[in-house]
Design a binder for this molecule. Structure first.
Ligand SMILES: [Zn+2]
Length: 180
């Protein structure tokens, strides 16, 4: 195990965020985090909070999906209909996960994407159903997002089937780095 952890306190700058634990997976002094497209998940600083902190911070439906790997009812998310330019961020920590360009209409009733921002998702296999599924979650806060299936469109052939309640959509117009 070559991960090392250190603990930092966001000295009251972000009310309600409390104790933040940052994990870097490399012992070397790598480049500072925060540049636009980290190429590996190890460049994303992780955020860990206690279950009670998440429960307090998140809406009940978002908590159930993000922290307990629940699944929202199909067709229940307003994000299904979003076709605007922008980005979809983790509802738990705000990390950008999917540019709107990667969204497509899968007909499943869940927001669907054919790719994700490199390094911003992590994967594991879950055995909750009869067939093993590949679960994915936010690389920063660990919040469960959805499952990936091999019936997506080109160019990846993959379908990232995401819970809408685990995402927030930020229109391009609202971002500082976009021209008006
Ligand atoms: Zn997150």
């Amino acid at each position: 195990m070559n991960r090392r952890q250190f603990i930092g306190i966001a000295a009251g700058t972000a009310a309600g965020f409390g104790l933040w634990r940052f994990t870097r997976s490399s012992a070397s002094a790598g480049p500072p985090v925060g540049h636009a497209r980290p190429s590996t998940a190890s460049e994303v600083q992780t955020v860990e909070k206690s279950d009670s902190e998440w429960r307090e911070e998140l809406a009940p439906d978002a908590y159930k999906v993000l922290r307990k790997e629940g699944t929202e009812a199909p067709g229940s998310s307003a994000l299904n209909a979003v076709k605007a330019k922008g980005e979809f961020q983790c509802a738990g920590c705000g990390l950008a996960l999917f540019p709107s360009d990667y969204k497509y209409e899968s007909g499943t009733g869940w927001p669907s994407f054919y790719d994700y921002i490199d390094g911003h998702l992590e994967f594991k296999t879950d055995f909750k159903m009869l067939m093993p599924r590949k679960e994915y979650h936010c690389a920063r806060c660990g919040g469960h997002q959805g499952h990936v299936f091999k019936d997506g469109p080109d160019p990846t052939g993959l379908r990232y089937c995401n819970n809408g309640v685990a995402l927030k959509f930020v229109p391009a117009d609202d971002r500082d780095d976009q021209p008006a």
